[in-house]
Structure formats: structure tokens, C-alpha cells
Design a protein around this ligand. Structure first.
Ligand code: UDP
Ligand code: MG
Length: 228
């Protein structure tokens, strides 16, 4: 497999402070590739949408989609998938916790024939509570699915067009994307990836959103298991 057009899909919820630094680091990395960058504004109530639309005027590789409401990270990514035209589709967060400089390593895995590139955050820069909760959730999910995935929560991941097509079959359901992708994959790989502290603002996940995310992961784990 050789990536022709590469789509980067980035959900954005109140990331006005992070976006300028994201542009500054992401665009030079992607300029070495034929690419499009799809930003999905997930109902931000700061001026993220204005910043994105302003930047788009100077960048023909950018697409900006507005969800007109806050539907959550995974629904926003689904919307990005619907609009992605690449042969390789890479998801990442907007807050620079996923360093854009790691993207070439995902592209390399795709070029080696991997249809799903999962990632494990090295030296994860999150609170003790979040890291412990993730460890427990990873473990429960692996028990349900029978997978052996180390880090379901890192969203800097790569999917072939075929995998994204498969995921879009579930677009009306409440899906946790990495778990479903693993079930659909023919040749998945997991690589270690750098992780940074959030430089601007705070996590957009409060306890309520974290519980919803957990329930979506468990639901997806059962769907993934049923397909065995
Ligand atoms: N996000 C989103 N909708 C939400 C919550 C988060 O689109 O309701 C986006 C957010 O802007 C970021 C990514 O999802 O690009 C991950 O969010 P965050 O960094 O707050 O999560 P954490 O790192 O705390 O897991
Ligand atoms: Mg983050």
C-alpha cells in the first residue's frame, strides 16, 4: 500500500488557544505529502470556528465542518470520515497532546501494509486518575473483545480507506472508533508514540463525558466481540 492522498481528521471543541500552534506545527509536516486536513468543529463556544474559517482562506488543503452542536469527539471524527477522501485517514487531537511530528511514523506503517495503526502513548502526560482509569478500561475492553490492545484512548491513529468505509457502516451508532477498527482490521499494528502535556486550556472531558465515553467503549467492545 502506498498512501496517495492522506486525510487528517481533527475534532475541535473549544481549542481556540491551541489552534495557532497546531497550524504552525502540523502544516510543515504535512507539506511533504499530498494531503487534506479536515477540522470538525464540535459545537465550540469559543472562537475556534472563526479561527478555522479564517485559516482555511489561506490554505486550500483545509476543510472545515461545523457540527452545529456538541456531539462528542467520536461523532465529530465520524463526520470527518464521511468527508475524507484519502487512501489513508489519520485521526488526531487538536490540543497538541499528539505531536504532529509523529504522523510520518503512522504513514510508514500504512506503506508497510498495515490497514490499522494503533498507538501507545509513551510517558503519558495526564492525571493519575485518567491514567489509572484508562488502565482499568483497557483491561475490561480486552477481556470482552479478546484483543490485546494496550491503549484504546490514544487518538493519533491511522486507518485505510477500507477500514473507514467499514466504520462508517456504524455511523448512526454510538461507536468508540479504535475498538471497532481493531475488529475490522486485517493487518493491524501498534506502535509507541510520544505524548505531550496539554499546553493550553483544560481537558474537554468532565466526569459526565468520561462516563459516556466509557459506556460507548463497552458497547463497541460487545459489537466487536459479536463479529468474531
Ligand atoms: N473534543 C471534541 N468534542 C468533545 C470533547 C473533546 O471534539 O466533546 C476534542 C478536543 O477538542 C480534542 C480531542 O477531542 O481535539 C480530545 O479532547 P481532550 O484533549 O480534551 O481529551 P483528553 O486529552 O483529556 O482525553
Ligand atoms: Mg488532550
Amino acid at each position: 500500500m502506498n498512501a496517495e492522498l492522506i486525510s487528517i481528521v481533527i475534532p475541535v471543541y473549544n481549542e481556540a488557544e491551541s489552534l495557532p500552534s497546531l497550524f504552525k506545527r502540523l502544516f510543515p509536516v504535512m507539506n511533504s505529502y499530498t494531503h487534506e486536513i479536515i477540522f470538525i468543529n464540535d459545537g465550540s463556544n469559543d472562537n475556534s470556528l472563526e479561527i478555522l474559517e479564517h485559516e482555511q482562506k489561506n490554505n486550500s488543503c483545509m476543510k472545515v465542518i461545523d457540527m452545529h452542536g456538541n456531539y462528542g469527539q467520536h461523532k465529530a471524527i465520524m463526520k470527518g470520515f464521511e468527508n475524507a477522501e484519502g487512501s489513508l485517514i489519520i485521526t488526531m487531537d487538536a490540543d497538541l497532546q499528539n505531536p504532529p511530528e509523529e504522523i510520518p511514523r503512522i504513514i510508514e506503517q500504512y506503506n508497510h501494509g498495515h490497514d490499522v495503526t494503533g498507538t501507545i502513548r509513551m510517558k503519558r502526560h495526564d492525571t493519575f486518575f485518567r491514567k489509572t482509569a484508562s488502565r482499568i478500561v483497557n483491561c475490561i475492553t480486552n477481556i470482552i473483545t479478546g484483543f490485546n490492545i494496550h491503549d484504546y484512548g490514544c487518538m493519533l491513529r491511522g486507518y485505510s480507506r477500507e477500514i473507514v468505509k467499514g466504520i462508517l457502516g456504524y455511523k448512526d451508532e454510538d461507536i468508540f472508533i479504535p475498538a471497532l477498527a481493531q475488529r475490522l482490521a486485517n493487518n493491524p499494528v501498534e506502535i509507541n508514540i510520544a505524548h505531550s502535556e496539554r499546553e493550553y486550556g483544560e481537558s474537554k472531558y468532565n466526569l459526565h463525558k468520561l462516563i459516556k465515553l466509557f459506556m460507548s467503549l463497552i458497547r463497541t467492545a460487545y459489537i466487536a466481540r459479536r463479529r468474531k
